[in-house]
Write a protein that binds this ligand. Structure first.
Ligand SMILES: [Zn+2]
Length: 102
């Protein structure tokens, strides 16, 4: 039976036990590597959408947008218009951000 040495664990194994995607690694080592990568990705996932306080986030974005607009002298300093625009920007951002967490 033809065998090959795995470059990860160093064991001599039959070709049937070698990975097809990584010919120099055995299936066992590739599976272990895949498991570790998945686990690492799982630990780095963003907080679930349900835990995010979207109203708080909307409020924070609206305030920042408002401050930016007030600082921008090109924009007519009409308080109501600025407030409406700020809320609109916040709504649009929250909508986009929520899409990212689906
Ligand atoms: Zn191996």
């Amino acid at each position: 039976m033809e065998t090959r040495k795995c470059t990860v664990c160093g064991k001599e194994k039959p070709l049937s036990e070698m990975s097809k995607s990584y010919p120099k690694r055995c299936k066992e080592c590739v599976a272990e590597h895949t498991r570790l990568v998945r686990q690492r990705a799982k630990n780095n996932v963003a907080e679930p959408t349900s835990k995010i306080d979207w109203e708080q986030r909307r409020y924070e974005i609206a305030i920042r947008a408002m401050v930016a607009m007030i600082d921008n002298k090109k924009i007519n300093n009409n308080a109501r218009l600025i407030a409406l625009n700020a809320v609109e920007i916040a709504n649009a951002m929250v909508k986009e951000l929520k899409g990212l967490f689906v």
